[in-house]
Ligand binder design. Structure first.
Ligand SMILES: [Zn+2]
Ligand SMILES: [Zn+2]
Length: 255
C-alpha cells in the first residue's frame, strides 16, 4: 500500500491511497481539475480511482466531490448525516453510498473502518484503511483526542494526523473571536500541542511513514510543526509535512 496527499489545509483536502492496482481518494476538497493535475504530477491517472470517501461536509473536504464523481462515475462513500448536510453540493450529481459509522466495509482490496470523531459537522468520520497486511490512519478535523479515537489509531503502520494551529498564533490572528473559539474548541481542530500529545499515546514507534496534515496557513507554520515532531516522534520514523498547494511524494507502507 502507498499514499500521497494531493492537498492539505483549510483550502482543500484530498489523499490518494493505492494498493494492488486499486485506489481510494479520501476527501475531495479541491476541484476535479486540481485533483487530476496533482495526480498526474504523481504519475497517477484519476481514472484508476475506485471510490471517494468523504469524512464530513465541510467545503474543504467535499467541494470537488460531485464534479469528480460525475466525471468519472465514481461512488462516493459518506455517512447519512454527511450526505444530508452536503445535499446541496452532491444531490443528483454524485453516486452516493451511505456508510455506517464504526461499521467496517470493503472497497476492492481495502478494509475501511469509519471512526466517529468530535468535530462541528453533522456526522463526521475519519478513516483507518487496511490492505496487504498494513494499516493507514487518516485523522484530521478533530476537536479533541478521545479514548475511542486512540483505540482505533494505535500502533498503525502509517498515519496522517492533523497539526492545525499554534495557540499563540491563533490568539494573535485577525480571525474574529467566534472563529478563534470555534477552531480552538472541543469540536474544532487539533492544536500542535494536542496533536503531539495524541501522537505520543498512539505508539508511534510502529510507524514507517508519518504525515502532519491540515496545517492552518494563517495560524501555524511548518517550523512549529517540525519542532513538535522532533519532540514527539521517534527519530527513525520518516516524517513529512503536507502542503496546501502541492502534492506530497508517494509514501510506501511496506515492511
Ligand atoms: Zn477541514
Ligand atoms: Zn471540518
Amino acid at each position: 500500500m502507498r499514499y500521497a496527499t494531493l492537498a492539505s489545509g483549510s483550502g482543500g483536502n484530498a489523499t490518494l491511497v493505492e494498493h494492488d492496482g486499486h485506489a481510494l481518494l479520501i476527501d475531495c476538497g479541491p476541484s476535479a481539475r486540481t485533483i487530476a493535475a496533482r495526480s498526474a504530477a504523481l504519475d497517477f491517472e484519476v481514472e484508476r480511482i475506485d471510490a471517494v470517501l468523504i469524512t464530513h461536509e465541510h467545503d474543504d473536504h467535499v467541494g470537488g466531490a460531485a464534479a469528480l464523481s460525475r466525471r468519472h462515475d465514481l461512488p462516493v462513500y459518506l455517512s447519512g448525516g454527511t450526505a444530508r448536510a452536503a445535499a446541496a453540493r452532491l444531490d443528483g450529481r454524485a453516486r452516493l453510498h451511505p456508510l455506517t459509522p464504526e461499521r467496517a466495509f470493503r472497497v476492492g482490496p481495502f478494509d475501511i473502518v469509519p471512526v466517529i470523531v468530535p468535530h462541528d459537522a453533522r456526522e463526521p468520520c475519519q478513516f483507518v484503511i487496511a490492505a496487504g497486511g498494513r494499516r493507514l490512519g487518516i485523522l484530521t478535523d478533530l476537536g479533541q483526542p478521545t479514548a475511542h479515537v486512540e483505540q482505533h489509531y494505535r500502533a498503525l503502520d502509517a498515519l496522517v494526523l492533523e497539526f492545525n494551529h499554534e495557540p499563540d498564533l491563533l490568539a494573535q490572528s485577525a480571525y474574529p473571536r467566534s472563529l478563534r473559539a470555534r477552531i480552538g474548541g472541543h469540536y474544532g481542530h487539533l492544536s500542535n500541542a494536542q496533536a503531539s500529545a495524541l501522537l505520543g499515546r498512539l505508539e508511534p514507534s510502529s510507524l514507517v511513514s508519518f504525515t502532519a496534515a491540515h496545517l492552518s496557513e494563517k495560524t501555524n507554520t511548518p517550523a512549529h510543526v517540525a519542532a513538535c515532531l522532533a519532540r514527539c516522534l521517534p527519530p527513525d520514523v520518516p516524517r513529512h509535512i503536507a502542503q496546501q498547494d502541492a502534492p506530497s511524494p508517494w509514501f510506501e507502507i511496506e515492511p
